[in-house]
Design a binder for this molecule. Sequence first.
Ligand code: C2E
Ligand code: CA
Length: 695
Amino acid sequence: MDMDVQQLDSGVSPERLRHEQEQAHFNELYLLAPTGYFVVAFDGRILQANVAGARLIGVPRGAVGGHRFRDFVRRNWREEFDAFFESAINSRAPRRKQLEMTCADHGAPGPVLLASADGSGQACRIVVEPGDGKLAALERSEERFRRIVHCADEGIWEIDALGFITFVNPKMAALLGCEIEDLLEQPLVRFMDEEGRTRFEAHDVRRQHARGERVELKFLRCDGAELWTSAATTPIFDVAGNYLGTLALVTDITRSRASAERIWHQANFDELTGLPNRHMFRDRLAQEMRKADRGATFVALLFIDLDHFKEVNDRLGHAAGDTLLAEAARRVKACVRATDTLARLGGDEFTVILAGLERVGSVDRIAQAVVDALARPFDVLGESAGISASVGIALYPADARELPELISHADQAMYASKNAGRNRFSYFTQDLQEAALARQVIAADLREAIADQQFELLYQPIVSLRTGAVHKAEALLRWRHPTRGLLAPAEFIPFAESSGMIVEIGDWVFREAARQVRRWQRSIGPDFQVSVNKSPVQFRRDGGQYQGWLDYLRELQLPPQSLVVEISEGALQGGADALLGRLAQYRMLGLQVALDHFGTGYASLAYLKRYDIDFVKIDPSLAQTLDGEGGELALYEAIVAMAHKLGLKVVAEGVETAAQRALLVDAGCDYAQGYIFGHPMTAGELEALALRQAP
Ligand code: C2E
Ligand code: CA
């Protein structure tokens, strides 16, 4: 081997300037260089090494201090090394020496070229390069490398097989807002958050990606800000195919990403509530359905529709409506787990996806919690507003296999809740499904029913418990359907309500009942009354008809108190103020009012006082309990006593047995209605009965 110590051209600049230039050059190259750089003390101890150098001798960079350079020189080359070192340490001029080291980087020991510079007697620098003698080429490529790496507008990082950073360029350090030194030898993932790590792992930097393929990697800058990069990664393998690490070129895409994210957010989230919108909701639902398939769990889809929201909006204005919606969203959110998706589909419609469920029981609880949460009064911009919610529930996979079907089923179940009186939840079942289909058919048929005069009124006698005489009758609607026969109200009223046709039907009922009572006042007695039913929906909607009714009563020369309007207790839940307004209008017409289904839980006696009501009709369910030990009799007595004190008359409904009748007489009840006195019957039958029972 050639043992000459070569003298290279050292240039002619003044010593100090040269020193500084050299220093700057060295510092710059120090960490970046692909070749090993060492600073070695006069006694042969290594003072510093760059990354490549440390890797070359197989010692962590922080631990090189204890080692002597000579120990890494092959034994048979040590004497020659000593000579080189002696010359190098004492000369500012560069020296070169080719020899073999024991611990070459990645693979068998081999020849290396040592180049020294700036020997000061105390220390000198040694550069170790592959000793193939092609120094000029190497220098050129190193120079090129340095230029590229430094001027690059892209960040460059390299990690080893374990994911530790072995190299970053200044641009990368600047992107991360750290010093190069802070980055080297740190795990790359230390500069990522959870999302960044997940992305990083999903990308798999050990894999050879297609040329030009880039991945979006997310870093956390040292100041805590997010750094989004678009990266092209290249894994590095040794000749034996072992993975050595990965090199990456990255560009900063944080800004474009932020605006993309904003656009994405706008496309997927509802501005008012910040909840996922319809689009996002469908995505999530599809995702949860797939997960349920894999995990053998089920998904519950809740459709939530706010009852009476429109009224609040109309009464208090849109700003108040928005506030209410945002608050409603917060309340529902508080009822579900963080992993459940609450979305706003628009207007006053929300959905909840409950995923990963194993028991239906938990759905009940959540649905009830949602209903309860929304039934609490809302304080919007200083005003109090009352709404409630109708919730429909469909289950995947039990109720539907496909997404559109599942959504439509939850929607139908929600309508079932509405039809059942709102403020409740309903499950979608096969029965509901059939009912929904029937609803479509019925809704179509209903349109013809009025024109074709398919409606009829039956009358059920209401008798005085004191005398047994028939004083009044309740008009009960029937639909003589051309193919399905005589239909009871339960079979078509809900459809008439949801289609809005209830208003027209109610008008027909009112006029028909008015004509009938006028006849009866002549045949049975001048005080005879007929009551008509109003569903809560109808009650809220039929305001426009009052003038027409008044005119009609005048035309018939019928005193308005001949007609009693029965309003279900359930109507009271729509907000007291609206109800009071409506009742006042009935008053102005001169109609009488009965509170129907009293005792089913919603209205308390306190309501009786507030509302202008003439009769209380006690729900049949209470009559059924009268056959027992008589505890309920006390309840009747209390209701009667209270009603009388308020100047109201009491009608007991659903009286079927003589025993019930006797107890009601004892309780001081005024009137009774039920099968024991007569089923709903035709007008002719009722008249005959009334005349028979006349005192
Ligand atoms: P409702 O106001 O509670 O009417 C009383 C219902 O109880 C009637 O059923 C009647 O047939 C039934 N009933 C009467 N006596 C007895 C008894 O002793 N035992 C039992 N178990 N039941 C008895 P119907 O005729 O099927 O009416 C059902 C509901 O339909 C009514 O309930 C009422 O809310 C509604 N409805 C009836 N006609 C109209 C109408 O013209 N418009 C509106 N909106 N709803 C109506
Ligand atoms: Ca009734």
